[in-house]
Design a protein around this ligand. Structure first.
Ligand SMILES: NC(=O)c1ccc[n+]([C@@H]2O[C@H](COP(=O)([O-])OP(=O)(O)OC[C@H]3O[C@@H](n4cnc5c(N)ncnc54)[C@H](OP(=O)(O)O)[C@@H]3O)[C@@H](O)[C@H]2O)c1
Length: 291
């Protein structure tokens, strides 16, 4: 039996890790910042050694892309320094580290899906701190898997799907940007991949960086329309350009991730983004009907 530590377990991906591992024969320990603040090296060291952790799944992160521009130090502490804490203790203990990064490490000026070995060039503070976290892991010499993902949503927390459901229910019309293109990722699908990777010990057999999102390509506008339609909300959604919503952060125009490596190495098939969206919206509906 392995002992698996999931950090940031109250977030979207962390909650999906709770669900996917419910029948596991391994011993899962779920922590969030109040139980284990991963920015505290001594606390990480003490916790992991006293629990005899074999694998860490790091779901903890500073994920507010806009706020990170004004709060770089806080974002760097969690996305960079805290990742180093985990990586160093993992290396000392010979434990595996499964970490999650982002499509925002790329500049987004291409029109072809990004492979893992393409040059990174983050446009904003969030992407820079996440890239720094990746480098800490590579430098540490621990056994690792890094999954770069994009446009994560789930039935937990605050995300684009839940926000669009609310807005398209409340408003008659809405503008959504159509000039940023990528792929949504249902956190439950990523959790399955991570869960299976632990079972197969891929961090030992095939360590490295992998891209994982759902299949397909869409703009935020396409995504919003599909969310409204599947939710049964009638709202006139119009496409617009990003400059209609001034922001301190320049986001990548195109951040589709090429998933060939993860599919071939792990022998998995990846669900199409619309199919996963249907599942999430059905789950949200079932949850609200149960109330
Ligand atoms: N969300 C996206 O669209 C997206 C896209 C691409 C990649 N990703 C990556 O995917 C991963 C999972 O994202 P997510 O959306 O599940 O994140 P999330 O919902 O924001 O969850 C992150 C969790 O980490 C916790 N946390 C923050 N600081 C911590 C600390 N010092 N110690 C321990 N826990 C701490 C947060 O607590 P508080 O809420 O109290 O801060 C939160 O519960 C992250 O690495 C993220 O960068 C996300």
């Amino acid at each position: 039996m392995q002992t698996i530590l999931v950090t940031g377990a109250d977030g979207q991906l962390g909650n999906e890790m709770r669900r996917v591992s419910v029948n596991s024969l391994n011993h899962y320990i779920f922590t969030d910042v109040s139980d284990l603040d991963i920015t505290d090296r001594e606390a990480v060291d003490f916790f992991m050694k006293s629990e005899g952790v074999n694998v860490v799944v790091n779901c903890a992160a500073y994920t507010n892309v806009d706020k990170a521009e004004d709060d770089f130090a806080a974002a760097a502490l969690i996305n960079d320094k805290a990742v180093e804490n985990l990586a160093i203790v993992c290396r000392e203990m010979n434990a595996g580290l499964i970490h999650v990064s982002t499509d925002y490490v790329f500049q987004g000026d291409k029109n072809k899906a990004y492979t893992e070995d393409e040059p990174t060039n983050p446009l904003g503070a969030y992407g820079r701190t996440k890239l720094a976290g990746e480098l800490r892991i590579l430098e540490s010499g621990c056994q690792y898997l890094i999954f770069r993902t994009s446009w994560l949503y789930s039935m937990f927390g605050v995300n684009f799907v839940k926000t669009m459901q609310r807005i398209t229910r409340e408003k008659h019309s809405l503008k959504v940007v159509s000039d940023q293109v990528g792929t949504p990722t249902y956190a439950a699908d990523l959790a399955v991949v991570i869960y299976d990777a632990i079972g197969e010990k891929h961090y030992l057999k095939h360590p490295g960086i992998y891209h994982f999102s759902n299949e397909g390509v869409c703009s935020w506008y396409d995504f919003a329309r599909e969310i409204a339609t599947l939710s049964g909300n009638v709202c006139n959604i119009q496409p617009c350009h990003s400059d209609e919503f001034p922001s301190k952060v320049k986001r990548p125009d195109f951040s589709v991730l090429d998933k060939t490596k993860v599919k071939e190495t792990f022998g998995i098939t990846v669900p199409y983004w619309r199919d996963s969206l249907v599942k999430c919206i059905n789950e949200l509906r079932a949850k609200s009907n149960a109330r």
